[in-house]
Design a protein around this ligand. Sequence first.
Ligand SMILES: N[C@@H](CCC(=O)N[C@@H](CS)C(=O)NCC(=O)O)C(=O)O
Length: 219
Amino acid sequence: MKLYGYWRSSAAYRVRIALNLKGLCAEQLSVHLVRNGGEQHQAAFKALNPQELVPALVVTDDNDERAELVLSQSLAIIEYLDEAFGGEALLPGDIEQRALVRAMAMGIACEIHPLNNLRVLQYLTGTLKLDDAAKNDWYRHWVEQGFGALEQQLQQYSGRYCFGDQVSLVDICLVPQVYNAKRFNIDLSPYPNICRINDECLILPAFIDAAPENQPDAQ
Ligand SMILES: N[C@@H](CCC(=O)N[C@@H](CS)C(=O)NCC(=O)O)C(=O)O
């Protein structure tokens, strides 16, 4: 398998954590999101993922060199890895619990992250000519709204981790989002459960090895 990602990409960070939890190896290929206007916009990468976003996972068939599965969207990739390979389950077996886990994970991946993605921030400052202070207010607003909702859900569903005592898709989404929030100096003190669970995850080797600073393309 080949994982196209970038050390600071939180969506690629999610997939790295999932690969580690499943005990899987993937060759990592760096797509620099800023250099030369962003390598995600270059033809070679666009051919792989027309969405011009990392991560992209390329899965090859050992029995057929020409057969390649190219997957985009971190949640789809992670669910594929979970279903295709053994090892630690990333979603609960129970159908209702699985839906709850997906809902909490999507609260991060679909409601916070896309609004604060690089291309959105570039649009705010480039096309709409907002200054850095306004951009940071925008960023903080969506994190606070999303983390406020998640903190409430964690009061109901968390144990040691976001959903009970088992690491799940929610933790995989949470840790990169907290990493990003810290980069933008968001005050996390109103979210004790988020902070506690983030700390719990960050002592696990799967999360440590996936951390942005531990990637070969980290600058
Ligand atoms: N929903 C997508 C989001 C992917 C995404 O937004 N990737 C970011 C990095 S975290 C990216 O490639 N940004 C490039 C850009 O904004 O131009 C997923 O979960 O994979």
